[in-house]
Design a protein around this ligand. Structure first.
Ligand code: CU
Length: 372
């Protein structure tokens, strides 16, 4: 349609190149749009599962998104109407030459100002609601950000754990945020908004889960090289299950109990299949490697001499779903990978490569996996 139709076009004319680029862009935009439709979206704010997240969703969708859609179509509609209704045709006389229109200009200044004032008001209201501390029965969880993992303390329940926060469904949680080093930000999008974890200060936020589930969390304030891998899981469970979890967390694991044949397949996987005695001694050896190694300078396991708090609490690490701040699922293979060289898994993280021998790694894996 461009140029002389009788002239043969070169194989890739400028026009067709532009058309290809346009189609490619459209296709990419469409793919990006479809990408938003995934159901596997662990950090979505559009699927609230708790009151705090609902308030934020309301603000975002009811008060911002839909009014923005209305404004968009109103403005674009008026624009298109003006373009087509008043377009010049050949032979038209020169239209009237105007300068300014006070009524129109005042209107299009006041209307957006009014809309923004309403949005400001509902934003303040949402902030006030979110800042209201829980009333009645609630559980306090101290959340402490560390480079690059999360510590969770339950002062009233006598529990300390890492990277996997448990809460009962339907019970308000008062989160008290702080940090051991730099500024982090706690964010479990299905349940609540973000809040900074600042050293030397306690920021409070409340959250609650309306549905049982395992929710993902992510540090959302840049805090160094492994910021992206500073994740966590939040397990919301029925009260009974939560109580059982608390009881288990409070218990001191006995290193040999549960290492009877077949009882903890995880502890013996990858080791000689001669279960029972063999794996039991492996666990015992692992406990010795742990106690005599560098581990005790950074980690705590209750019931042992290891009481350091540089790295995550390991008392019940075998019962957690993930390790290294939800970077790896907690399998014997991944635990082995981590212990062999944590720097290969999370480069720059604060657990050094200890150059452990394969035997020591196997023993440590058996031991740590037995800590249920
Ligand atoms: Cu961070």
């Amino acid at each position: 349609m461009l140029g002389n139709p009788r002239r043969r076009e070169p194989r890739c004319s400028a026009a067709s190149r532009v058309r290809i680029a346009l189609w490619a862009t459209l296709l990419l935009a469409f793919a990006a749009l479809l990408g938003g439709c995934t159901t596997n979206n662990p950090l979505s704010t559009l699927n609230p599962k708790g009151p705090a997240a609902h308030h934020i969703y309301d603000l975002l969708v009811t008060w911002l998104f839909w009014p923005a859609v209305v404004v968009f179509f109103a403005v674009e509609g008026l624009l298109l109407y003006a373009i087509f209704r008043f377009r010049g045709r050949p032979g038209d006389p020169l239209p009237a030459q105007l300068h300014g229109n006070t009524r129109l200009e005042v209107t299009w200044t006041l209307v957006p100002a009014l809309i923004l004032t309403v949005i400001l008001a509902v934003t303040f209201r949402t902030q006030a609601v979110l800042a209201t501390p829980p009333t009645g029965e609630f559980i306090t969880v101290r959340v402490i950000g560390h480079q690059w993992w999360w510590e969770f303390q339950y002062p009233d329940l006598g529990v300390t754990t890492a990277n996997e926060m448990h809460i009962p469904v339907g019970v308000p949680i008062q989160v008290e945020l702080s940090s051991a080093d730099v500024i982090h930000s706690y964010w479990v999008p299905y349940l609540a908004g973000k809040m900074d974890a600042i050293p030397g200060r306690i920021n409070k936020m409340s959250l609650q889960a309306d549905e049982a589930g395992v929710y993902s969390g992510q540090c959302s304030e840049f805090c160094g090289v492994q910021h992206a891998m500073m994740r966590m899981l939040l397990v919301a469970q029925p009260q009974g299950e939560f109580d059982a979890w608390v009881r288990n967390e409070r218990s001191i694991p006995s290193f040999t109990a549960g290492v009877t044949p077949g009882a903890t397949p995880g502890a013996t996987a990858g080791v000689t299949p001669a279960a029972g005695a063999a794996s039991e001694s492996l666990v015992t050896r692992g406990a010795q490697v742990f106690a005599n190694g560098a581990c005790v300078t950074c980690h705590a396991i209750r019931g042992t001499a290891a009481q350091a708090r540089v790295g995550p609490e390991l008392t019940h690490v075998g019962s957690r779903r993930s390790i290294a701040a939800n970077t790896l699922t907690n399998t014997p293979e991944n635990m082995r990978r981590w212990l062999r060289n944590p720097q290969a898994v999370k480069p720059g993280n604060l657990m050094p490569n200890l150059n452990l021998s394969d035997q020591d790694v196997d023993a440590l894996v058996a031991y740590l996996q037995s800590l249920k």
